[in-house]
Design a protein around this ligand. Structure first.
Ligand code: PA5
Length: 444
């Protein structure tokens, strides 16, 4: 379903082939499959494509109920509990106009009071349901949002009815959200213990909002299953191996930044999801490529200069959809003031593809190599395939780098400072210490 074009990163790929990287990769792959590598208690994502089959009916039933009761679904979650659904819904829905399911809105993915106020005002006269998603059930951002929007819903439809419009996706047995959900009788779905947030899009975390948006989750899981089979091959023809080997070789030669590039704006949030996946998985022990993203040709008019000509520490990974769903033709203009009549009769996508080819070559010539990932089309099946491709590539990359790709110890540092500054009970010692640092203005 996907192929890699390594012409624009040929030197790095060749270097990876010349060195015994393949052997290391096969070893890492076997460790992953046998559950003998680092973070082996978080390998549940490998089985989600098949394990979720038994939940498709329940998820689609909940999605139908949401559609019957509401015009909007408010998804409350952050990080891995939000980005996958957002990426899928953006990538698979039309840009404008009527969608196949409810309009999915998001909250709890930041702490902007202005955003929440505007959203409350917007939803106050709308029919909406809530899907609150949190594995721990105590994450600050979604918890604040859930308090407000649950109240809004109760005000709108009454406490009893509100309960029928709240869906909780959380741990099977522990945590504040599980306790509340059981007490209130919300419809609930489980985030498996062995699936980390950033690997959870193919669990109910992603699948319920995606199904509510009218997207075929069965086809998505079929795509992931296909990837699981095809990418299981332990040879250099495996596209996941080619991707991992080449990005690893580029990292070794000093290209420390990887830019996820697309030429289709609806892939913006796939880039955001990809950044969390790779950033949180690889960025530890002072190691790891910095994941960044750009949408071309838009960002060629802002970042293009730097990529072409700035510090040579970056490479691009371009996701190329070979056949976009829709296209249109450029018409002739009698005056031709913009001198564009030479494009008459061409499709807009033809121009987009030429822009891509020209950019790949220019950046290659400017020593900013590119790995090109070609996917025939973007539909639910292809999305599922891509998710599994990136997840597998990420896990294998982490093992090659020597880190645990399934933990995220670094995200606690900001939380601890924030709790100390907010004087959270239990943080008294930290509050005193952090206040002293700010008061003395010697924070660094
Ligand atoms: O990948 C992760 O683990 C994080 O992004 C979490 O998903 C995020 O912090 C939200 O956590 P929780 O689902 O516990 O609210």
């Amino acid at each position: 379903m996907i192929t890699l074009d390594l012409d624009y990163a040929q030197k790095a790929y060749q270097k990876a082939l010349d060195e015994p990287v393949l052997d290391k990769l096969v070893k890492a792959h076997k460790e992953l499959e046998n559950g003998t590598g680092k973070g082996n208690d978080f390998l549940g994502w490998l089985d989600l494509p098949t394990n979720m089959d038994s939940q498709i009916t329940a998820l689609n039933d909940a999605a139908s109920k949401i559609n019957a009761q509401s015009d909007y679904l408010l998804v409350i979650g952050i990080g891995g509990s939000y980005l996958g659904a957002k990426a899928a819904i953006e990538a698979l829905s039309p840009y404008f106009g009527k969608k196949d399911g409810v309009e999915v809105l998001f909250a709890g993915h930041h702490i902007s009071g202005e955003y929440m106020s505007d959203l409350e005002a917007y939803l106050s006269d709308k029919r909406f349901s809530i899907n609150v998603i949190s594995k721990s059930g105590t994450t600050t951002e979604p918890s604040i949002a859930f308090r407000r929007f649950r109240k809004l819903l109760e005000k709108q439809v009454g406490k009893t009815d509100a309960k029928t419009r709240i869906y909780a996706t959380t741990d099977e047995s522990k945590g504040a959200l599980r306790t509340l959900s059981d007490k209130e009788g919300f419809t609930s779905f489980v985030i498996p213990d062995d699936v980390g947030g950033r690997y959870s899009v193919l669990s109910p975390v992603g699948l319920l909002p995606i199904a509510a948006a009218g997207i075929d989750i069965k086809a998505m899981l079929e795509g992931a299953k296909k990837a699981n089979t095809e990418l299981g091959e332990k040879t250099v023809t495996n596209p996941a191996y080619q991707y991992v080997m080449t990005r690893n070789a580029l990292y070794d030669e000093g290209k420390k930044i990887e830019i996820f590039v697309h030429y289709e704006p609806k892939l913006h949030f796939l880039g955001e999801w990809w950044k969390q996946l790779f950033g949180e998985s690889e960025g530890k022990q002072n190691l790891g490529l910095f994941p960044s993203s750009a949408g071309f040709t838009t960002d060629l008019h802002s970042l293009g200069q730097y990529i072409q000509d700035g510090e040579r520490h970056l490479f691009e990974t371009v996701l190329n959809i070979e056949s976009p769903k829709k296209d249109l033709t450029i018409e002739t203009d009698a005056e031709n003031l913009d001198k564009l009549n030479y494009l008459t009769g061409k499709n807009v996508e033809e121009v987009n593809k030429k822009a891509m080819q020209g950019t790949l070559l220019a950046h290659h010539d400017g020593n900013a190599p590119s790995i090109v990932i070609n996917i025939e089309k973007m539909d639910a099946e292809a999305f599922g395939y891509l998710v599994f491709f990136y997840e597998l590539s990420c896990a294998l990359s982490g093992y090659l780098l020597g880190v645990n790709p399934f933990d995220q110890p670094g995200v606690e540092a900001y939380k601890s400072n924030m709790f100390a500054l907010l004087e959270k009970p239990g943080f008294e010692k930290e509050t005193k210490a952090i206040k002293a640092r700010f008061d003395s203005k010697k924070t660094r």
